[in-house]
Structure formats: C-alpha cells, structure tokens
Design a protein. Structure first.
Length: 109
C-alpha cells in the first residue's frame, strides 16, 4: 500500500493567503460576507487543489473546523456530522476537478 504524504499548504510561498491575516479565514459568527471574502483568496490560489487534499482528512475528523480552507467553509461542531460530511465532499470535488483540469490541460498540449 502506498502512503501519500500530504503537505501542509503553509509551506508554499506562492499561496495566496501568505500575507493575509489568518483571522480572515476564521470568520466570526459565520457571516456570509466574511466567508465569501476568505473564499475569494482561495479561488485564485495556485495551491487550491493541494490545500483541499490536505484539508480533507482534517475536516473529516473535525480537527479543522470553523474556518475557510481551500474555498470551503468547514463548519464547527454545531453542524454535526452532516455538515462536516458536506464540507468534506466539497473538498473532494475540488481535488477531483483539479486533477481533471490538469489532465485536460496536459491532454490539450
Ligand atoms: S487554498 Fe486558501 S487556505 Fe489554502 S493555501 Fe490557498 S489561499 Fe491558503
């Protein structure tokens, strides 16, 4: 069995959130405007797919919650398992779509 090492995106110097205050990604009171602002940084981040891949197991276990990661709001415990599952599914879509996009680009070259 191959073990995949997931890299914490904090190591990437080209990540869009590098110079953005960290609290931007922990929107107080789950306000839509703040959540969308945080997501806007992620949507243009060159590390979006890697970040989503890294975040999936952490979101699934509840270790990462109440924040925006990889353009997905990860709800706190108040949303329960269903909320967590939905966020993890969104992250999985980003990973799958990102991989497909990379394959499409390579195929078109
Ligand atoms: S996807 Fe978002 S949280 Fe992840 S490294 Fe990029 S800007 Fe930061």
């Amino acid at each position: 069995m191959t073990r995949v090492e997931l890299v914490d995106p904090v190591v990437f110097s080209d990540r869009t959130c590098r110079d953005v205050p960290q609290n931007t990604f922990f929107p107080p009171g789950k306000r839509t405007r703040e959540i969308e602002k945080a997501k806007s940084y992620c949507r243009v981040c060159p590390r979006l797919v890697q970040c989503a891949e890294w975040a999936q197991p952490l979101a699934a276990s509840g270790a990462l919650a109440g924040c925006v990661v990889a353009a997905v709001y990860l709800p706190g415990p108040h949303k329960g398992q269903a909320g967590r599952d939905a966020a993890v599914a969104e992250l999985a879509e980003i990973v799958a779509y990102g991989r497909m996009s990379e394959a499409d680009v390579e195929g078109a070259a």
